[in-house]
Design a protein around this ligand. Structure first.
Ligand code: NDP
Length: 236
């Protein structure tokens, strides 16, 4: 039987590239996100399974338990930055939404899927945090606060699961040129989203990050890559 991987936020960007990478490695991949049609198209392309999932919706996450009863690799990738305002000018509701998505969404999925990982005798939990989970930047206060929080969740989980056969891996990318991330950050303003990448020569691609995830998951099960920071050479 093929090992099973669940990738959240797999309808675009890093999640889609990771789903493709893990399928190449022989996983049966469950492609999950809110945009069901995209998930179905990708699942068809890679011979996987599509699942409509909103990680901020308790019932949607609960449905995962039945849909994915056994699991070898969980990739917590769903996430977003909303807005680029200063701390002084930020809307607290945006911060709340980022916390709900990037921290509580990850928490819910981990809680829901731990029994399925244990059902296989153990497995791997990868979470795509960010370099924004350890270094703040101007205009990124709410996103950084949520990614610092997500990183704390991952570090705590690793401590609590030590001695159990579940690896907890933090993949922390710097700037990655993806379809949706900058556009969401600038609320659909395509020109502003484009400018983000002008400052950095050769940002990472989604495939670069997927390669790191594939590498960490491909190591023997007794090897835990705690945290892998990956950034473009040109990004300080
Ligand atoms: P994309 O916008 O391309 O991908 C984000 C994915 O998250 C989409 O598939 C989206 O799918 C999904 N998503 C958003 N909200 C939800 C939700 N409520 N429930 C389920 N899925 C959701 O951006 P990236 O690929 O760049 O981002 C992926 C991850 O990488 C994020 O966690 C981001 O914080 C992190 N990251 C990105 C960096 C970058 O520079 N791009 C740098 C460091 C980290 P849908 O809308 O269909 O639900």
């Amino acid at each position: 039987m093929a090992p099973i991987a669940l990738v959240t936020g797999a309808s675009s960007g890093i999640g889609a590239a990771t789903a493709r990478r893990l399928a190449e490695d022989g996983y049966e991949v469950v492609v999950a996100a809110r945009r069901g049609i995209r998930c179905e198209q990708l699942a068809e392309e890679i011979g996987g399974r599509a699942l409509r999932l909103d990680v901020t919706d308790e019932r949607s996450v609960d449905a995962l338990v039945e849909a994915v009863p056994r699991l070898d690799v969980l990739v917590n990738n769903a996430g977003a930055a909303l807005g680029a305002e200063s701390v002084e000018g930020a809307d607290p509701e945006d911060w709340q939404r980022m916390y709900d998505l990037n921290v509580i969404g990850t928490l819910r999925v981990v809680q829901a899927m731990l029994p399925a990982l244990r059902a296989e005798g153990g497995g791997t939990i990868v979470t795509v945090t960010s370099t924004a989970g350890s270094v703040a930047y101007e205009g990124g206060g709410g996103y950084c606060a949520s990614k610092f929080g997500e990183r704390a969740l991952v570090d705590t989980l690793r401590l609590e699961l030590s001695g159990h056969p579940v690896r907890v891996i933090d993949i922390a990318p710097g700037m990655v040129k993806t379809e949706g991330f900058a556009l969401t950050r600038y609320r659909g303003d395509e020109a502003a989203a484009k400018r983000v990448y002008e400052g950095v020569d050769s940002p990472l691609t989604a495939e670069d990050v997927a390669e790191c995830i594939g590498f960490a998951c491909g190591l023997p099960l007794h090897v835990n890559v705690d945290r892998l920071v990956v950034r473009p050479l040109a990004q300080a």
